[in-house]
Design a binder for this molecule. Structure first.
Ligand code: SF4
Length: 418
């Protein structure tokens, strides 16, 4: 290792140790002396400017990297935490310094590499051993998105404050129903009081996953208002048909003709009068606004989540009579679930009905199951050479791959601007 590089590296680390200036630590990380591959070091150094602390970013694996590079990052982090004024940086980092070696001869990291030849085109096969309803939903929405996420693991989706809001709210409701499995009018005051505490606690647990303290506060307040509306709905529902929550965050596993599916069911209720089971899915993002709209998505094979849960619980011996999505996004609206009663034969219902409740037949759920198997066969056949992009530009709005996806469709306004 060239002496000048080693000296600059050590100077940065001593200065960082004295001042706590993360920019110096980021520069040291990018040095060839750090032991961290250049691209990974550069990515973390950039991420740290957004996240605030480089060592925190490393500790929380804010950017997904292969195991070897992750080990190198952790080694770097461990070493720099051990630095004191007395530390011999060259020994700590195993730098074999050669004082008379000119810089240009030793900086392999900056040597230009020759152009790689492209791999010949070939078939793609799904890598995962397990499937999930969300993977199939991604495929149904845009096969290219599925390819980026599940076949290439192209870039990590860093998540968003909206997804953290969802995670925290789910956690709050899981805890809440642990204490209140049988909501009732008699428990109203207690439930209203306790749910406030559960929401506060959940948002504290996930505080560090929001970008700013203001976001934590705003999302928590939204959740508090929504939670009270949720209790309104629980009370009304317990009067209409008393129920007991018999499962929270239950693992769902299903073997479909050799294809293993896994997932988690937010809540399972048992109707206290009939003993039948309802599968409940909390939704903190946008969802169908009517039962007819959701059923149509199932019929068009655009959503496999509730069909998957239905078949997973039926395989466990449950008599599943109802599938419901609980909207928890908008604090200004009453909580009005989109609910589908599972029936043997189709009822006469208008396709355009705006009603939140409707029916879905076992036959429609069977078709969804058959389609899941068909998609899994395609994805594991190794016969697919190309994954087309969606034709719907709205699918790209929140897609993590939007900057990498040259073929994506462009909306009207974008087309005009090009
Ligand atoms: S940007 Fe659009 S077309 Fe490209 S992968 Fe994402 S959803 Fe598909």
């Amino acid at each position: 290792m060239n002496a000048s590089l080693a000296r600059a590296f050590a100077d940065d680390l001593y200065a960082w140790q004295r001042t706590g200036n993360d920019a110096l630590l980021a520069r040291a990380l990018r040095s060839p002396c750090s032991g961290v591959p250049h691209d990974t070091a550069a990515a973390y150094a950039t991420a740290a400017t957004r996240i605030g602390s480089l060592l925190d970013a490393i500790a929380r694996s804010r950017i997904a990297v292969p195991a070897e590079e992750r080990d190198a990052l952790l080694r770097f982090s461990e070493r720099v935490r051990a630095i004191t004024d007395e530390t011999d940086i060259a020994t700590l980092f195993d730098l074999h310094v050669t004082a008379d070696c000119p810089i240009e001869d030793s900086v392999e990291a900056f040597e230009l590499a020759g152009a790689e030849t492209a791999d010949p085109p070939g078939p793609v096969r799904a890598r995962q051993t397990h499937f999930s309803a969300s993977a199939l939903n991604a495929y149904a929405e845009c096969p290219r998105k599925w390819y980026y996420r599940y076949a290439c693991a192209a870039v990590e989706d860093p998540g968003s404050s909206a997804s953290t809001y969802g995670t925290a709210f789910h956690a709050a409701l899981e805890d809440f129903h642990g204490e209140f499995p049988q909501p009732s009018v008699a428990l109203e005051r207690e439930m209203r009081h306790k749910i406030e505490g559960y929401v506060n606690w959940a948002f504290e647990r996930y505080r560090n996953d929001f970008d700013t303290a203001v976001e934590v506060e705003l999302h928590k307040r939204r959740a508090q208002r929504t939670a009270q509306r949720y209790v309104d709905w629980l009370i009304a529902e317990s009067k209409r048909a008393p129920f007991t929550v018999i499962g929270r965050e239950i693992a769902a596993q299903l073997d479909l003709e050799g294809f293993a599916f896994v997932g988690y069911i937010d809540r399972i209720d048992r109707d206290d009068r009939t003993g039948s089971v309802a599968i409940i899915d909390y939704k903190t993002g946008s969802i169908a606004t009517s039962a007819a709209e959701y059923r149509d998505k199932v019929r068009r094979f655009r959503d496999f989540q509730l069909p998957f849960y239905y078949w997973a619980r039926s395989a466990e011996g449950d008599r599943v009579a109802r599938l419901a999505l609980i909207p928890l996004k908008d604090a200004l609206l009453d909580v009005a679930p989109v609910s589908l009663e599972v029936v043997p034969v189709a009822a006469t219902e208008s396709k355009r009905s705006e009603a939140p409740s409707g029916t879905i037949t076992v036959g429609e759920l069977e078709l969804a199951r058959a389609k899941m198997i068909e998609i899994c066969r395609d994805l594991t056949s190794g016969a697919t050479q190309r994954f087309p992009v969606t034709t719907d530009p709205s699918a790209c709005t929140y897609c993590a791959y939007v900057y990498a996806c040259a073929d994506r469709p462009h909306g009207e306004r974008e087309r005009f601007g090009r």
